[in-house]
Design a binder for this molecule. Structure first.
Ligand code: SF4
Ligand code: SF4
Length: 377
């Protein structure tokens, strides 16, 4: 290591070290793999976010699943989900499946496994988020062998804060030591799997922290865990699920949202959300999202946009899906220009989110008239 690197701070060290890290499945990865021009072609969706009916026995204060405003209808079957991938992956040009909005994949592995397998057979990678609570060696090997980018949700490395955030009264079988042990198992399993593209080291593991009052002064300690085989991502909380309750919001955020968001952007190695590109989260702005019952959403968390766009059970053609994708992008572009909210990287975290939902509903007004559900109730 040269002197300049040796004397630098941990963050500066990461910047100076070659090769630079990129996280597989993220915009930088596709740019490295296929070139800038290919990424600039925004005429088709790259990401497919799918919420599964995956259970989770924790009850984190921040959880977007618990306390969700929408109770989905009967879930799609595994066969319906895999058939959707089979029919649309190549025609739409989808590159990455994203399973992050709903439940815990290591606890309900049987639900995610066939979908990941199908995505892999279609040439797609999969991004999943997990708390690692129930990870086994077999699962880790399966994820590694099926191009899974696994982002570990970890908000604390001291037991008191960890237990407080995850709600010790409801959790079953979760404890920080077990999670840290599983993290080592995951790192070890993936270690030989990293490759290099154009002098950039491609990694398939990340840690994601939701920044809150309780951990904002300890982000560097959590970040230490990533080393050179993982990427560190940090996000501010969003008012979904449990955090729609004022008392819970006040526990984690209160009036400190701007500060927490600033710290998240500072420490995150992507500069913000995992898939940040051109000033927005690409999971939604370059993708399509499907809720567990087939309802199309603008992203896996945006339950307020259900019942206004469409449902994949209606056998939407690839062209109809492409039109929906384009319309969603147009709405977001216009929304940013007209609200002056040019910095809105994530509509759900924008103060004008209700305005955005109204615009989505009105852009797809034909469908909304067919369905009396009021998206903003
Ligand atoms: S682990 Fe994830 S899905 Fe489970 S309660 Fe916590 S935030 Fe929700
Ligand atoms: S749009 Fe926001 S809430 Fe949705 S996936 Fe992206 S960062 Fe998450």
């Amino acid at each position: 290591m040269n002197n300049k690197i040796e004397n630098a701070s941990p963050d500066a060290k990461r910047e100076l070290e070659i090769p630079k890290l990129i996280l597989a499945g993220m915009p930088d990865y596709f740019i490295a793999r296929e070139g800038k021009e290919a990424w600039k072609d925004d005429s088709h969706p790259v990401y497919l976010m799918m919420n599964l009916d995956t259970k989770c026995s924790c009850n984190c204060i921040k959880c977007a699943l618990h306390g969700r405003k929408r109770e989905p209808g009967p879930p799609l079957t595994t066969q319906e989900r895999t058939a959707f991938l089979d029919q649309n992956t190549a025609t739409l040009g989808l590159k990455e499946l994203v399973i992050i909005g709903y439940g815990e994949p290591t606890e309900d592995f049987g639900k995610v496994e066939p979908l990941i397998r199908e995505a892999h057979s279609q040439g797609m990678g999969t991004v999943i988020f997990s708390n690692l609570g129930f990870l086994t060696k077999e699962q880790a090997e399966f994820f590694r062998d099926h191009e899974v980018t696994l982002i570990v949700s970890l908000d604390a490395v001291d037991e008191n804060t960890y237990n407080f955030l995850i709600d010790p009264n409801k959790r079953k079988g979760m404890d920080l030591n077990k999670v840290l042990k599983n993290l080592e198992l995951l790192k070890e399993t993936y270690r030989q799997n990293n490759k290099t593209i154009n002098e950039q080291k491609v990694v398939r593991l990340g840690i994601n922290t939701t920044v809150c009052k309780q951990n904002v002064d300890h982000l560097e300690e959590i970040k230490q865990l990533v080393g050179r085989d993982m990427m560190y991502i940090a996000n501010p909380p969003m008012r979904e699920g449990n955090l729609t309750q004022k008392d819970r919001w006040n526990i984690l955020v209160g009036n400190q949202y701007d500060y927490l968001a600033k710290r998240a952007a500072e420490v995150s190695q992507t500069g913000g959300h995992s898939s940040l590109a051109e000033g927005s989260c690409s999971y939604f702005n370059r993708g399509l999202s499907v809720d567990s019952d087939g309802e199309l959403l603008t992203c896996g968390y945006a339950v307020n946009t259900a019942h206004s766009i469409g449902n994949i059970k209606d056998n939407l053609s690839p062209q109809q899906l492409k039109n929906i994708y384009r319309k969603n992008r147009e709405v977001f572009e216009k929304y940013r220009q007209e609200t002056g909210d040019e910095q809105a990287t994530c509509p759900l975290r924008s103060k004008n989110f209700e305005d955005y939902c109204r615009r989505i509903a009105s852009a797809h007004s034909k469908r909304q008239k067919e369905n009396p559900f009021n998206i903003l109730e």
